[in-house]
Every structure is written in structure tokens, then in C-alpha cells.
Design a binder for this molecule. Sequence first.
Ligand SMILES: C[S@@+](CC[C@H](N)C(=O)[O-])C[C@H]1O[C@@H](n2cnc3c(N)ncnc32)[C@H](O)[C@@H]1O
Length: 199
Amino acid sequence: MEQYFTNNPDLKSELRTIIYKYKGYELTFYSDNGVFSKNKIDYGSNLLLETLFKNINNENLNILDVGCGYGLLGISAAKILKAQATLCDVNKRALHLAIKNATANGVSSSVQVIESNVYENITGIYDLIITNPPIRAGKEIVYSILDGARDYLKEDGELWMVIRKDQGAKSTMKHLEVTYKCEVVEKSKGFYIIKAKRH
Ligand SMILES: C[S@@+](CC[C@H](N)C(=O)[O-])C[C@H]1O[C@@H](n2cnc3c(N)ncnc32)[C@H](O)[C@@H]1O
């Protein structure tokens, strides 16, 4: 079965749009076959954004979105929090969509899109790292995204993630406690929004 994180240039393109609304904002995202949650905003991703926007008021933050897909998290944060956002993924089609979506939402000057396997091509240092990690890519990749964030966060930076209870939210938190102080900021329909800060 084709996974959303594999590159298959032969996969037929069927561009479509998804609307993301938050308060007075309305953002348009192009999506396509072969990317995660291609037809509608993932419930967990939406919950992560809503929770972030409720809790973070600072502008001009430097944000890294790891596993950006078509760019929902990083682009919405760039627009609504007036942040500088770096987005990365391994899926080339997703990366092309993310570039198109940054332009479509008027934030191309504050968004950088980088092809990167986990942090391989990331050189910055961030106030926030946000991720809806690729559970289907396996625990090793997920943990390398979450554990690795430590080296790309400012001293008081924060890692925010969404993980489903039935996909190991609790065991992931236990694992992360070696590196971070973790807090469940929100829970809804089995999705946990977890904030992690370096010890
Ligand atoms: C659950 S999706 C989230 C997509 C998007 N952030 C959203 O919320 O709609 C996880 C993303 O991680 C990407 N991914 C998988 N393996 C990766 C890796 N080794 N390095 C970076 N990204 C990866 C996938 O291609 C996919 O786009």
C-alpha cells in the first residue's frame, strides 16, 4: 500500500482545496493524492492548532513544523501568530504543495520549505517545534523527530505534538520524560496535545 510519506511521482495528481478557518481567518490549502489527510483537515492537526493559538500570544516566533505535509500547521502558524516558519518533510509532492500554499496564503516571505529526513537539512534554532508525527513511519522515526527536537530548540523553547491515545500517547510521554518535562495541554476524542520543554 502506498503510504503518505513515500514519493511516487507517477501517482495521478488531483488537486483540490481545503479551507482552514480560525476566528476571522480563512486560509486555503491545496492538497493532492499521496499526501496525509488529503481531503480534509485531520482532527488531531486541527486540535493542535486550536490549542497552540489559545496558549501562544507572542508574535515573531521562530517555528519549525516537522513532517509538514501540505503545510497546514506551519503556514497557519505563520499567518495567525505572525511567525517565521520553517517546514520540512520527505514527501516531495507535499513540499511542492507547501510552497504553493505559503504563496496562496500570502506568507511566502515568512515561510521556508525544506526537504529533510527528520532534521538532516535543518540548521536553525527555534522557539517552537510543532508536529503531528508520522506514526505509520514507525516508532524509530517518530522518536527521532521527538527526541531530536531537543537540539533544535532554544533553551526555553517548546515542542508541541499531537498523538492519539491508542497510538501510544502515554508510552511516548513516558519515553520523552528522560529528555523533557511533559504536559498534556488538551485532550479530545482520544487525541492528546502534549507540550514538552527541555529539563
Ligand atoms: C501525520 S502527517 C502530518 C502532516 C501535516 N503536518 C498535517 O498536520 O496535516 C506526518 C508527515 O510526516 C512526514 N514524514 C514521514 N517520515 C518523515 C521523515 N523521516 N522526516 C520528515 N517527515 C517525515 C510525512 O510525509 C507526513 O507528511
